[in-house]
Design a protein around this ligand. Structure first.
Ligand code: 4GX
Length: 228
């Protein structure tokens, strides 16, 4: 999969994509992430990428021309263009799985108050939000999306990592985990985990995950029931 990130801060991404699983995925050739600096497509003397909003109000808006040129510079026949924004549909595991099938993602990271609406209407296939809060920088949202989508690209996760993959798609939380010592500050590991009865352990884990989901995210269980 090829991912092209368009932003005003390409350096922002250097750390997160150069460690651990994403680094390994790129070395294996499963994932190819490239950066494009939108400012390189501003052709005026001052390389201006923003301007004041029509109609007044605070903040600046990203000008359409540099963004349009940047997108069309990297666009292919098979590209899928995503704008990261709090005004998009909220990202889910299901959407990540869907996006992992795309051969070429173009991620457009907005800055300032947003991007001229005509770009969103003409060039963007989908707006996606990573959650109901406002970030200082669209680059952060792109990092989260790339990471979460990568997990669904075959071969990116090792077998051990892939084993606990199902959790969220099943629609309930993962179970609690324990390791040695058996007693820590007076607290014992649950007995069932020490007895080696695998059916009982599986039932206990499922029950724990379900109970926690019921307590903190009852909406997930309702969503599960409505589509089953
Ligand atoms: N999930 N941000 C985008 C600039 C902006 C403002 C308004 C469009 C309209 C975010 C999120 C997010 C902050 C990225 C504002 N773009 N992105 N940026 N939540 O908060 O994706």
């Amino acid at each position: 999969m090829d991912i092209e990130i368009l932003s005003l801060f390409p350096e922002y991404f250097l750390g997160p994509f150069d460690e651990s699983i994403l680094k390994r995925a790129q070395q294996k050739g499963l994932l190819n992430i490239r950066q494009t600096q939108i400012r390189d497509f501003a052709y005026d003397k001052h390389r201006k990428v923003d301007d004041r909003p029509y109609g007044g109000g605070p903040g600046m808006v990203m000008k359409p021309e540099p963004v349009s040129r940047a997108i069309n510079h990297v666009r292919r026949e098979d590209s899928y263009v995503i704008h990261l924004s709090p005004q998009g549909r909220v990202l889910t595991a299901g959407k990540c799985r869907e996006l992992a099938q795309k051969p070429h993602l173009i991620l457009l990271c907005g800055h300032y108050e947003g991007i001229d609406q005509r770009i969103l209407a003409k060039e963007v296939d989908e707006e996606i939000s990573i959650g109901d809060y406002v970030l200082t920088n669209g680059a952060l949202a792109a990092i989260v999306l790339v990471d979460a989508v990568s997990r669904f690209i075959p071969g990116v996760l090792g077998n051990d990592e892939a084993a606990n993959e199902e959790t969220f798609e099943e629609g309930i939380f993962d179970c609690p985990h324990y390791t040695r010592p058996e007693v820590f500050e007076g607290e014992r590991v649950p007995q069932v985990l020490l007895e080696g009865n695998h059916a009982e352990i599986a039932a206990w884990r499922r029950e724990q995950g379900l109970a926690k989901t019921e307590k903190v995210r009852p909406d997930l269980l309702r969503a599960l029931q409505s589509y089953k």
